[in-house]
Design a protein around this ligand. Structure first.
Ligand code: SAM
Length: 215
């Protein structure tokens, strides 16, 4: 077995990502580059490129590869963009955004997961990602406004405090809805106001915090 697992990544892209219609070459390139197996617990390394989420401890998961690809495509980060991620988890989504040239501020409420994510990111040689322990439902005003905000946990609604932290032409992508199922929503701020688009159904662990769920 190739330790770099490049062949597994190529297969993942062919069978799970391209086949489901994600065609943005920059997203595909990032998925080809980032070693996802560095972002899962060691005992799951052999299934890191399989078509499902994987437990990362503390009742949390690293999302299925297709969902990471789809949300990244909807977020459409440009080189040099400043992106706020809410829900660092393993650090994989942040690494994908960084591979596309974004500067990423990533917020995680569970300190142990933030530590794990930092060490995963370091192991994968990812720069340009800062992980902070914080209730991401409040955003991170210090670095606002953001070119993009991605919420990788299920939220009952997109908190207005986050919309305030979005730059003109910025996008927010989030799974919105009740805890058992959500839809992907993209909000875009343009000079006229906020545009809302709705995409497919998804299922995420809950965003727990002041503007998320209580528990
Ligand atoms: N993006 C992650 C990755 O690439 O591995 C997957 C995220 S996982 C599905 C959801 C994460 O959101 C969990 O790690 C959870 O602890 C975190 N979370 C939930 N509520 C949060 C909040 N209010 N602020 C920050 N992180 C939160």
């Amino acid at each position: 077995m190739n330790k770099d697992r490049a062949e597994e990544r190529r297969l993942m892209i062919q069978t799970q990502i391209l086949s489901r219609g994600v065609k943005d070459q920059r997203v595909l390139k990032a998925l080809e580059t980032v070693p996802r197996h560095f972002f899962v617990p060691e005992e799951f390394a052999d299934v890191a490129y399989h078509d499902h989420p994987i437990p990362i401890g503390y009742n949390q998961t690293i999302s299925q590869p297709y969902i990471v690809a789809r949300m990244t495509e909807l977020l459409a980060p440009e080189e040099g963009d400043i992106i706020l991620e809410i829900g660092t988890g393993s650090g994989y989504q942040a690494a994908v955004l960084s591979a596309m040239g974004a500067r990423v501020i990533s917020l995680e409420r569970i300190a142990e997961l933030a530590d794990d994510a930092r060490s995963n990111l370091q192991k994968a040689g990812v720069v340009n990602v800062s992980v902070f322990v914080s209730d991401g439902s409040l955003g991170w005003d210090e670095m606002a406004p953001y070119d993009g905000i991605i919420i990788t946990a299920a939220t009952p609604a997109i908190p207005s405090i986050l919309i305030k932290q979005l730059a003109v032409n910025g996008r927010i992508v989030a799974p919105v809805g009740p805890q058992h199922m959500q839809v992907l929503i993209r909000l875009t701020r343009d000079t006229e106001g906020i545009r809302r688009e709705e995409y497919e159904g998804v299922r995420f662990v809950p965003l727990i915090g002041r503007h998320g769920w209580n528990s």
